[in-house]
Design a protein around this ligand. Structure first.
Ligand code: FPP
Length: 249
């Protein structure tokens, strides 16, 4: 068992990002329709948000729907959109109670108008909350995000609003969907897959990666604490030597 007290008093990842994977396999193993896996997965989302908020994690980013997920069967896409709508409607009061600021990254223009409106309203409603920032990546693809940013940088240079020489990492990061969010410190992926799958490619440059075989619907508080405990045991060097890092701390 992971020592909960030790984890809670240790250094938290400032920004935790999660690729929630394995809903379909969870359902298949139980001979249930895939939608049941997504439904159970939505319950795990509720648990993880509550726990991260309690643990004092500042940013939580969840990969909820990729740009590529639009190619899934229409019925599954509609079911996921429906779940998302229900989630927003049921969770906004809880976000207000827990001081959570809601945020979305991705190509919102791809989403059904009704969903887009719900998301906008939830963001506006929770905008002045100062606790956990919960970001859902929806219709999100990192290569698309980078290309979109490059296009906007090029347009600003062409219009004379930006000089080519002034484009550095910080300036470029401000053109990404994640402008204003710190880079993730820890990326968790469930279900045994060891891929990044077009998620936050720029932002994950120095993140610690943690993979677990547990499917997302089975990911519980103990598993979350285990991932954080593992993060706390790592030495982050950012290209420096171990001795340099020790001398700094
Ligand atoms: C990956 O599992 C999961 C998704 C594509 C969707 C994630 C959605 C949820 C966790 C529930 C709804 C979310 C919110 C925010 C309410 P998969 O379907 O690819 O699983 P598989 O690889 O086992 O088939």
């Amino acid at each position: 068992m992971t020592d909960v007290t030790a984890v809670a008093t240790g250094k938290m990842p400032h920004h935790l990002a999660i690729i929630m994977d394995g809903n379909g396999r969870w359902a298949k193993a139980r001979m249930l329709p895939r939608l049941m896996g997504h439904r159970k997965g939505a319950e795990t989302v509720r648990m993880v948000v509550t726990e991260c908020s309690r643990l004092g994690i500042a940013y939580l980013t969840l990969f909820a729907f990729s740009a590529e997920n639009w190619s899934r069967p229409t019925a599954e896409v509609s079911a996921l959109m429906n779940l998302l709508k229900k989630y927003i409607q049921s969770e906004v009061p809880r976000m207000m109670r827990d001081n959570i600021r809601f945020n979305v990254i991705g190509n919102r223009g791809d989403l059904p108008e009704e969903i887009s409106r719900e998301l906008e309203e939830a963001m506006a409603f929770t905008a002045s909350n100062t606790g956990l920032t919960l970001t859902l990546a929806l219709s999100y693809g990192s290569r698309q995000e980078i290309l979109h940013a490059v296009g906007r940088v090029a347009a600003d240079i062409a219009a004379g609003r930006l000089s080519a020489e002034s484009v550095n990492e910080a300036v470029f990061a401000d053109y990404l969907y994640t402008a204003g969010l710190p880079d993730p410190d820890l990326l968790v992926r469930t279900s045994g897959e060891m891929r990044i799958s077009n998620f936050l490619l720029w932002q994950l440059a120095y993140a610690e990666l943690y993979f677990t075989d547990i499917n997302w619907p089975d990911f519980n508080r103990q598993e979350l604490l285990r991932a954080i405990a593992d993060f706390q045991s790592r030495e982050r060097r950012f290209g420096l030597t171990g001795d340099q890092i020790k001398a700094r701390s």
